[in-house]
Design a protein around this ligand. Structure first.
Ligand code: IPE
Ligand code: IPE
Ligand code: MG
Length: 252
């Protein structure tokens, strides 16, 4: 990560930003290029954004790479997306490790091609000792599936004879995002304004920013702009007082 800050981080900024990286297909289509080129450029945008995030005061970035619903795309597109994971981990994992980034992959491992499951395990193991920055990659991830899996974990514990109460803490602890700071800001690019099954539970009190920019064009300036919008928001968490969420001290 370079020493030159790309922009000044506002005093009140998000600790955890989650990105729905959308618009790769449209980016390519507008240029008369195959969708695969849009996805490839999307990886470059991801690199730029990962580099910029800590410079803007962000401590955790969660990116939506492949949803449980994306399996419904044509086989060649699915295979292009899997290929990009292989390429990205192959080319970037050592650099991320050296930069102090811990990589976690959210989502179901079952259903992934065997080599991808192995790559995911390697990325997590190789960076497990890092604590400077947390990068969560949602891959084969769906918010509903994650909630169902968390519920199943509780059922398994009950079957094993454990005594516990099903409350928000117990359920939240079974989600794949357990241990990460609360999500402060969810950004979606490409002008779409929906969650598409991303972080359903975690979105409860996240601020949302929708940007028109297509994902392959994303980078430090666009992230700084989303963070600037966040800094103008007033979060109340159901109460009457505005609760400031400064870097490193999220309210919930
Ligand atoms: C986002 O771009 C990447 C993934 C969903 C994997 P899209 O491929 O959804 O691009 P659009 O929405 O068709 O433009
Ligand atoms: C959401 O985008 C999934 C990812 C960005 C990985 P989609 O493009 O799949 O979402 P919909 O189909 O437009 O809702
Ligand atoms: Mg899309």
């Amino acid at each position: 990560m370079s020493a030159e800050p790309v922009a000044t981080a506002p005093a009140k900024g998000p600790r955890h930003v989650a990105l729905i990286m959308d618009g790769n297909g449209r980016w390519a289509q507008r240029r008369g290029l195959p969708r695969a080129v849009g996805h490839r450029e999307g990886v470059q945008a991801l690199r730029r954004t990962i580099k910029a995030a800590p410079e803007l005061g962000v401590q955790c970035l969660t990116v939506f790479g492949f949803s449980t619903e994306n399996w419904s795309r044509p086989a060649d597109e699915v295979s292009d997306l899997m290929g990009l994971v292989r390429a990205f981990v192959g080319s970037d994992l050592n650099r991320l490790e050296a930069a102090g980034v811990r990589v976690k992959v959210l989502g179901r491992r079952t259903g992934l091609p065997e080599d991808i499951a192995a790559i995911v395990a390697r990325a997590e193991a190789q960076t497990a000792h890092n604590d400077k920055f947390l990068l969560q990659v949602a891959f084969n991830y769906g918010g509903r599936a994650d909630l169902a899996d968390a519920a199943q974990l509780l059922v398994d514990r009950a079957r094993a004879g454990e005594d516990f109460i099903v409350d928000e803490e117990a359920l939240g602890a079974g989600l794949s995002t357990a241990g990460a700071p609360p999500v402060d800001l969810i950004v979606r690019t490409s002008g779409e304004q929906r969650l598409s099954n991303f972080l359903l539970w975690e979105a409860a009190y996240a601020e949302m920013v929708f940007q028109e920019i297509l994902w392959p064009d994303y980078g430090p300036e666009a992230l700084a702009e989303a963070i600037a919008q966040f800094a103008c928001r007033q979060r109340r968490y159901g109460g009457r007082e505005v609760i400031d969420t400064a870097y490193g001290e999220a309210a919930v």
